[in-house]
Design a binder for this molecule. Structure first.
Ligand code: ATP
Length: 349
């Protein structure tokens, strides 16, 4: 176990920024912390790194207590390195000096340093000072410096946010391969759910200072614990309903609602991927039809905007995500089938 955080709570004056946080990280794993601005992601990393003094709970690194209410080791004593949003590069050192400073000993192999320099693509400005670099360049230097110390645990607070899209993919991919090959683990803070899925073995979803769900990308995507988690991966179709004899009525037909009480108020979430469309109305497969409002091609897939009506004639605007070559024209009718793996039902009580 590289990290064990138990019962961690933290307040800034009267504001409870972290509320009873518990989680563990196995060695050689990459974890993302996903959550909206202000939910406590940076505060959590600051406590793990030792930059913030712990108030309640405990933190173990490599099975050794590093912080609780009575005891606290300094950041330098922890096998951790971090890249925070402000980069914190040494302004009086050049890029190469910043990176070398982080290496544990002068014996650190030149070959390893060169690998990091090439991976983070800082080779073109090794002799420049941080103030002369762009935000994205400083971010890469900070990343290089954090890897150079070969930490057991790397804490990355939105480390790729300033990089342009193509560079981002390349650097993320290379960084993660290197982290794994170094026998290290990493915690990466991000706002972006797709990035979290791509990066990590497990995702910790946070909201308002609490952990809402911990799971593999598959679990978080296909078994979200509530509407908030379900809505992290792009927009969703939402309907309110009431359970009636194991089913709940929606404008897309009756949906099976096992494990809910008769009369229970529920919210039904259907991911756009779960709405399969067919240009020809197909009463055998589905008697639910929608009218196409617009078809938007976005590369490998398309988002089809539709209007459906309930049994009282009330209209609902919904979205379906289909493969990019299916673009029904506006005002045409399509039949709709639901793939139940993209349907989630939550109690509203
Ligand atoms: P972002 O994604 O915007 O960086 P975050 O999830 O990392 O946000 P934190 O920076 O951990 O959130 O902040 C959590 C809450 O604690 C916020 O409401 C913030 O204003 C508050 N906070 C953080 N640090 C301090 C501080 N030193 N003093 C007072 N309040 C603080």
């Amino acid at each position: 176990m590289i990290l064990n955080v138990q019962n961690l709570s933290h307040s800034f004056e009267k504001f409870l920024a972290l509320n009873d946080i518990n989680f563990k990280i196995e060695e050689n794993s990459i974890i993302s912390i996903l959550g909206p601005s202000g939910c406590g992601k940076t505060s959590l990393l600051r406590l793990i790194s030792g930059l913030e003094r712990i108030q309640k709970g405990s933190i173990h690194l490599h099975d050794k207590l590093v912080a609780d209410k009575k005891f606290q080791t300094s950041p330098e004593e922890r096998p951790v390195s971090y890249v925070f949003q402000d980069f914190a590069l040494f302004p009086h050192m050049t890029v190469i000096e910043n990176i070398r400073f982080a290496t544990k000993s002068h014996k650190t192999k030149t070959q390893f340093l060169n690998q990091i320099i090439s991976l983070t693509k800082v080779d073109n400005f090794l002799n420049q000072y941080p103030h002369s670099l762009s935000g994205g360049e400083q971010q890469r230097v900070a990343l290089a410096r954090s890897i150079a110390s070969q930490p057991k645990l790397l804490l990355l607070d939105e480390p790729f946010s300033d990089l342009n899209a193509s560079l981002k993919k390349e650097i993320i991919d290379d960084t993660l391969h290197l982290v794994k090959s170094l026998d290290s683990s990493a915690i990466i803070v991000t706002h972006n759910a797709e990035e979290a899925m791509f990066l990590s073995d497990k995702i910790i979803v946070m909201n308002s200072g609490k952990i809402v769900q911990i799971g593999t990308p598959l679990e978080i995507f296909y078994k979200p614990i509530n509407v908030y988690v379900a809505s992290l991966f792009g927009e969703i179709n939402k309907f309110n309903s009431i359970v009636n004899k194991g089913y709940c009525y929606t404008p897309l037909g009756n949906i099976k609602a096992e494990n809910f009480n008769n009369g229970e108020k529920v919210k039904i979430i259907i991911r756009p991927e779960g709405l399969k469309l067919n240009k020809q109305p197909s009463p055998i497969l589905s008697d639910i039809n929608g009218i196409v409002v617009d078809s938007k091609f976005i590369g490998t897939h398309a988002i089809i905007h539709l209007t459906v009506s309930d049994n009282l004639g009330k209209k609902f605007h919904i979205h379906s995500k289909v493969s990019g070559d299916f673009l029904p024209s506006a005002a045409s009718s399509v039949s709709i089938d639901i793939d139940s793996k993209y349907v989630f039902i939550f109690s509203r009580n």
